[in-house]
Design a protein around this ligand. Structure first.
Ligand SMILES: Nc1nc2c(ncn2[C@@H]2O[C@H](COP(=O)(O)OP(=O)(O)OP(=O)(O)O)[C@@H](O)[C@H]2O)c(=O)[nH]1
Ligand SMILES: [Zn+2]
Length: 344
């Protein structure tokens, strides 16, 4: 990836431009992070690829693939991270809640499921909640259409759980998918793939990039000069966009996602607003508009139960994860403020 890219084709937009201070223009150079290593980052700037160190006080755990950073004139260090327009994150494994960044500035999340036993409304609602929580637009990509006689029942289910989300039915191996997904994969657009094992994510990634993703490894020198092999995580799409495929993307778990859940279950939230009690649990309370909707056949009992389950799960681990998330979200801003204070 030594080829040069103009900023716009890398995903640069006015959202980032307006974060640059007048005295930084022409001094600090924007670059997009393509890999996060233990002690340094890889990024692409307009002039080509760069390997970057971080300033004291900033750790690589606070940077995600897809981030925009400003780099110093020597092109060796990150000066600061720009505020993100979207962020996919998850709660890291372990007892202590820790927010782990997965991918930043993703425009579209291709929520992938195959048209067979993998298709599971609860899982799709969970993935949709993650997308909304991260401010990423979800698109439902249904693979293995060639193995399915009738996708109609699946599409009916999707209409009930996600009426406003775009749905694409395809054979992930078909080169024609690039055209079907072109709206989201054009120059400067960034996509990510989420879905369970075997649904066709690697196949789709290979079709969209025109390369063999799963085996596309890069050899590099680590800090001690040893050769290590890491899978590449930032891929150029044949149609001009970018695909982020980090290991974290493959095992995204729900965490601190209450806002996202509320968006996915907007129908229930709207009904609940008409319940007699504002804290109605929609179980045995009188005057429950949610229960009434189920009785009228307008809402399925299963969907209500899935909503309860996600809410409970989220409440269990949300507090600390949400705090960590908020911290990461505003990080760029904080660094900027610190800088301003120092200047005074
Ligand atoms: N017939 C058919 N086969 C497909 C399709 N998409 C994927 N496959 C096949 O399904 C198998 C699994 O596909 P992968 O692309 O490896 O699935 P994945 O989601 O990347 O799986 P993980 O790497 O485990 O997360 C492979 O044998 C693919 O060739 C499709 O649309 N139609
Ligand atoms: Zn109620």
């Amino acid at each position: 990836m030594t080829k040069s890219h103009d900023l716009k084709s890398l995903g640069w937009s006015a959202d980032f431009l307006r974060q640059i201070e007048v005295d930084e223009i022409g001094v600090l150079e924007p670059a997009r992070v393509t890999a996060v290593h233990r002690d340094r980052l890889d990024a692409i700037a307009e002039t080509g690829t760069v390997s970057l160190r971080l300033p004291p006080g900033l750790s690589t755990g606070e940077v995600a693939v897809g981030d925009w950073v400003l780099i110093d004139p020597a092109r060796s260090h990150v000066a600061r991270i720009l505020d993100r327009k979207s962020l996919l994150h998850r709660r890291a494994a372990g007892i202590e809640a820790r927010d782990q960044l997965i991918a930043a500035n993703v425009d579209t999340l291709f929520i992938t499921t195959s048209l067979n036993a993998d298709f599971n409304p609860a899982r799709l609602e969970r993935y949709l909640a993650m997308a909304y929580e991260g401010d990423v637009t979800p698109v439902l990509v249904l693979t293995k259409a060639d193995l399915c006689d009738d996708p109609a029942p699946y599409l009916d289910t999707l209409r009930a759980i996600a009426p406003t989300v775009a749905v694409v039915v395809l054979d992930a191996r078909d080169p024609g998918v690039a055209a079907e997904l072109a709206d989201w994969c054009g120059p400067g657009q960034t996509v990510a793939l989420l879905g369970s094992s075997g649904v066709g994510k690697s196949t789709l990634a290979s079709t969209l990039t025109g390369a063999q993703i799963a085996t596309q490894d890069i050899r590099e020198d680590d800090a001690k000069g040893r050769h290590t092999t890491t899978a590449r995580e930032f891929h150029a799409l044949a149609t001009g966009g970018w695909l982020i495929d980090t290991p974290g993307m493959r095992e995204l778990q729900l965490a601190g996602t209450s806002r996202g859940i509320d968006t996915v279950f907007e129908d229930i939230a709207e009904l609940a607003a008409a319940c007699r009690f504002s804290d109605c649990a929609h179980e045995s309370e009188p005057g429950c508009a949610v229960k009434d909707a189920i009785a009228r056949g307008e809402l399925s009992r299963d969907r209500l139960e899935r909503w309860h389950k996600l809410k409970r799960e989220d409440a269990r681990n949300s507090e600390s994860a949400a705090e960590a998330h908020a911290r990461n979200r505003v990080f760029g801003r904080v660094v900027k403020q610190v800088k301003k204070i120092k200047r005074r």
